[in-house]
Design a protein around this ligand. Structure first.
Ligand code: NAP
Length: 282
């Protein structure tokens, strides 16, 4: 039987509608949640991501400011911009779009964002809070994946979860979130041996790698829930995830499409984090 589609686009629309209501309620009290986006350089993919985030803000009533800095911007100038935004009471959330130009120390920039305004959840204080089991700002993509799993009613306690990819922004925080929900979690990476066997043991299989169709049908346990975080551009210009969708959906019980799965949820969680940051700061 073909897997059921976990429709991130539809769920994200629900989340955005709830955010819109909350923003309207806050506005009646004279508070307008505000997001500042810092974009350095001219990476075309980053421009698209930023445009989508700003558009989502406009649609929900979150005030947004975009700071576009040239690719040659100095680290000092970028840090000064972030420090000024930290001090701006009208800005509740700060997002520094990655990747940054190579001459800039990205960790230093991310650590300069006030943890209270770090709506991406990348600051060490927020990642540490996640490790300690007292999450504050949870990174948006992992938060979106958890929301999708809950929406599908996937039982996590005691389930075997395998996360392929160990980045600080997706794989690691997601593994912690799954662990906090009592899943038995295995994290795989480029040096993992027996990837196929490990993946095939998963009740919940998440691919966050950035390699088109890395996950084959043979790597999916019958009845598993497969979450595809990957976004890859094929030579014909189309988008493709890390999972061979056709093969995996013949085996899995649930699967996210690309596009229309995790991507829209990432933006929805960003909006939620921004409103949460505004509420916390007032
Ligand atoms: P990343 O920082 O490049 O991390 C990729 C991870 O995959 C690394 O841990 C790497 O292992 C592992 N890996 C690479 N090749 C592998 C292989 N052959 N087998 C097993 N593991 C392998 O990437 P990321 O930032 O986490 O993003 C991952 C993907 O998700 C990308 O396609 C990105 O575009 C996408 N993404 C989507 C969203 C969304 O909203 N939909 C958000 C964020 C990211 P090592 O650690 O050993 O190098």
């Amino acid at each position: 039987m073909a897997a059921r589609i976990l429709d991130g686009k539809a769920l994200a629309a629900q989340v955005r509608a709830a955010v819109k209501q909350e923003v309207a309620a806050l506005s009646q009290r004279g508070i307008r949640p505000g997001l500042a986006v810092v974009l350095a350089g001219d990476n075309p993919a980053s421009r698209v991501y930023v445009r989508n985030k700003v558009r989502a803000c406009e649609e929900t009533g979150v005030r947004s400011e975009l700071y576009e800095l040239p690719a040659a911007v100095s680290e000092e100038a970028l840090l000064d911009r972030v420090l000024a935004l930290n001090d701006d009471a009208d800005v509740h959330g700060i997002l520094v779009q990655l990747p940054l130009p190579k001459h800039i120390n990205a960790s230093k920039v991310l650590e300069t964002v006030s943890p209270a305004k770090d709506i991406d959840g990348f600051h060490a204080a927020n990642l540490g809070a996640l490790v300690a089991g007292v999450p504050h700002m949870v990174p948006c993509t992992p938060a979106g994946v958890m929301r999708l799993l809950d929406h599908a009613g996937v039982q996590l306690a005691g389930a075997r979860a395998v996360v392929i990819g160990r980045s600080n922004i997706v794989g690691k925080p997601l593994a912690l979130l799954l662990l906090a929900r009592d899943a038995t979690v295995t994290v795989c990476h480029s040096k993992s041996r027996d990837l196929q066997d490990i993946a095939r043991s998963a009740d919940v299989l998440v691919a966050a790698v950035g390699r088109a169709k890395l996950v084959t049908g043979a790597m999916v346990k019958p009845g598993a829930c497969v979450i595809d975080v990957g976004v890859n551009r094929l030579p014909d210009g189309s988008l493709c995830g890390d999972v061979d969708f056709a093969a995996a959906s013949a085996v899995a019980a649930w699967i996210t499409p690309v596009p229309g799965g995790v991507g829209p949820m990432t933006i929805a969680m960003l909006l939620e984090n921004c409103v949460r940051a505004a509420r916390t700061q007032i």
